[in-house]
Ligand binder design. Structure first.
Ligand SMILES: NC(=O)c1ccc[n+]([C@@H]2O[C@H](COP(=O)([O-])OP(=O)(O)OC[C@H]3O[C@@H](n4cnc5c(N)ncnc54)[C@H](OP(=O)(O)O)[C@@H]3O)[C@@H](O)[C@H]2O)c1
Length: 351
C-alpha cells in the first residue's frame, strides 16, 4: 500500500460547490491535491488559480480513471449525486488499490459503499463514505449517547442544518432520496416506510422547539453500523402540513424536484458573505432509550453545513493519511466518536 501524503491524493469534483470549499480548506492546511473532474475548462481555471495540477477525467472512461488513480494513494470524491458517481469511482479504486472517501449523504449509495468491506480489505484500502456534514455529526453524537446508555434499544436523530445556499448537486441528491421513499432502521435492518411517516419535536435548553419528520438519511445506516442500536429514526425540519403532503405525494414530488434541479443553474454555496456564513449554526439532536424506560439526550452544534462538511472531509483525509485504515467503514468506525469535535466551532451538550 502506498502511503497517502498531502500531495498524492486526488480531489474529484474539485470545481463543484463542495469541492471548492474542500479545496480551500485543504490549501489552508498545506495540501497539494491533484484536481480532477469532467469539465476541462473549469478545471483549467482552478489549476491556474491554485497552481495545482489538473486532470480532466470523465467517470465513464474506466481505463483513464484507473490509470489516474494508480498514480495517487487516495481520492476524495466531491462530485455527486453519488448514485451516479460513487459506484464507478469505488470500482476503479478497488481495482488499483487507491483509498476512497466521500461526503455522501445518500442512503442507497452509502449502503453500496459499506457493502464493499470484504473487497476493500482484500485490496488493502479504505472506503469511507459520508465524511461530510450529516453522517459525521449525527454519528458522533449518537456514539456519545451509546456510551451513556449502552443497552439503548432506540435512537432518534433530528438534523437542523443551516446553509448559506443549496447547490444543485445537493438538490439532486435530496430529490432522488425523496423519490425513493422513506426509511428507518427497524429491529436491526433498514426498512422502507412512507416519507415523513413520523413527526416529533426537538429542542435544546436555549434553542426554539422545532418539528421534525422522518427522512431517508444515510445517517441511519452509519449509526446502526457503529452503535448496533436496533431501532433508529432520523429526521429533518418539516411542518405538520408539509409532512402530511410528503406522506401522500412524496415520491411524485421527488421526481418533479429531480427534473427541476436538473434544469436549474448552480448557485455557488460560498456566495453569501463570510460574515453571513459565520453566524449560521447547524444543530443535531439525539435521544435514545432502553427497554426499562431510561432516556438520554444530547445536542451537537456546529457551523454552516457546507463549510462544516469541508472541514470534516479534510480532517478525515488527514487522519487516514496519518494512520491508514482498511475496509469499508463509517466515519465513527474509522476515526472514533469524537471525530466531529475536530471541526472548529463544534460542541456537544448533554441535555
Ligand atoms: N453530506 C454532506 O455533508 C454533503 C455536503 C455537501 C455536499 N454533499 C453532496 O456532495 C455532492 C456534490 O455537491 P456540490 O455541493 O458540490 O454540488 P454542485 O455544486 O452541484 O457540484 C456537483 C459536482 O459534481 C460533478 N458531477 C456531477 N455529476 C457528475 C458525473 N456524473 N461525473 C462527474 N462529475 C459529476 C459536477 O461536475 P459538472 O459541473 O461537470 O456537472 C460538479 O463538479 C452532492 O451529492 C451533495 O449532496 C454532501
Amino acid at each position: 500500500m502506498t502511503v497517502l501524503t498531502r500531495s498524492n491524493w486526488m480531489l474529484y469534483g474539485a470545481y463543484g460547490s463542495t469541492g471548492r470549499l474542500i479545496l480551500d480548506e485543504a490549501l489552508r492546511r498545506g495540501h497539494r491535491p491533484v484536481l480532477a473532474g469532467r469539465d476541462r475548462a473549469q478545471l483549467s481555471a482552478l489549476g491556474q488559480a491554485t497552481g495545482l495540477s489538473t486532470l480532466p477525467l470523465p467517470l465513464d472512461d474506466g481505463a483513464a480513471l484507473r490509470a489516474a488513480l494508480s498514480r495517487v494513494s487516495g481520492v476524495l470524491l466531491a462530485a455527486g449525486p453519488y448514485q451516479l458517481t460513487g459506484q464507478p469511482m469505488r470500482a476503479a479504486c478497488l481495482d488499483v488499490g487507491c483509498s476512497y472517501l466521500d461526503v455522501n449523504g445518500e442512503i442507497e449509495d452509502f449502503s453500496a459503499a459499506l457493502a464493499c468491506d470484504a473487497q476493500a480489505r482484500t485490496a488493502g484500502i479504505a472506503i469511507i463514505a459520508g465524511v461530510g456534514y450529516g453522517v459525521v455529526f449525527a454519528e458522533c453524537l449518537a456514539a456519545q449517547l451509546a456510551l451513556r446508555l449502552p443497552d439503548a434499544t432506540w435512537l432518534r436523530l433530528s438534523l437542523a442544518t443551516q446553509t448559506g445556499a443549496r447547490s444543485r448537486g445537493a438538490q439532486l441528491s435530496m430529490a432522488a432520496a425523496i423519490a425513493a421513499g422513506g426509511r428507518e432502521i427497524y429491529q436491526g435492518s433498514l426498512r422502507k416506510r412512507a416519507l415523513a411517516f413520523s413527526t416529533w419535536r426537538a429542542s435544546g435548553a436555549d434553542t426554539p422547539r422545532m418539528r421534525f419528520a422522518a427522512a431517508p438519511l444515510a445517517e441511519l445506516l452509519a449509526v446502526q453500523r457503529s452503535t448496533g442500536i436496533p431501532n433508529i429514526v432520523a429526521g429533518i425540519p418539516l411542518s405538520r402540513a408539509a409532512a402530511a403532503l410528503m406522506r401522500i405525494a412524496g415520491p411524485l414530488l421527488g421526481k418533479l424536484l429531480t427534473r427541476q434541479a436538473a434544469r436549474a443553474s448552480n448557485t455557488a454555496v460560498a456566495s453569501p458573505s463570510a460574515a453571513a456564513i459565520a453566524v449560521l449554526r447547524s444543530r443535531v439532536w439525539a435521544e435514545a432509550g432502553n427497554a426499562t424506560g431510561e432516556r438520554v439526550a444530547a445536542m451537537l452544534e456546529t457551523g454552516e453545513g457546507y463549510h462544516a462538511a469541508a472541514a470534516a472531509a479534510v480532517r478525515a483525509l488527514e487522519l487516514q493519511l496519518q494512520e491508514p485504515r482498511v475496509g469499508a467503514l463509517t466515519p465513527v468506525q474509522a476515526f472514533g466518536g469524537r471525530f466531529a469535535l475536530l471541526v472548529p466551532g463544534t460542541s456537544i451538550q448533554e441535555l
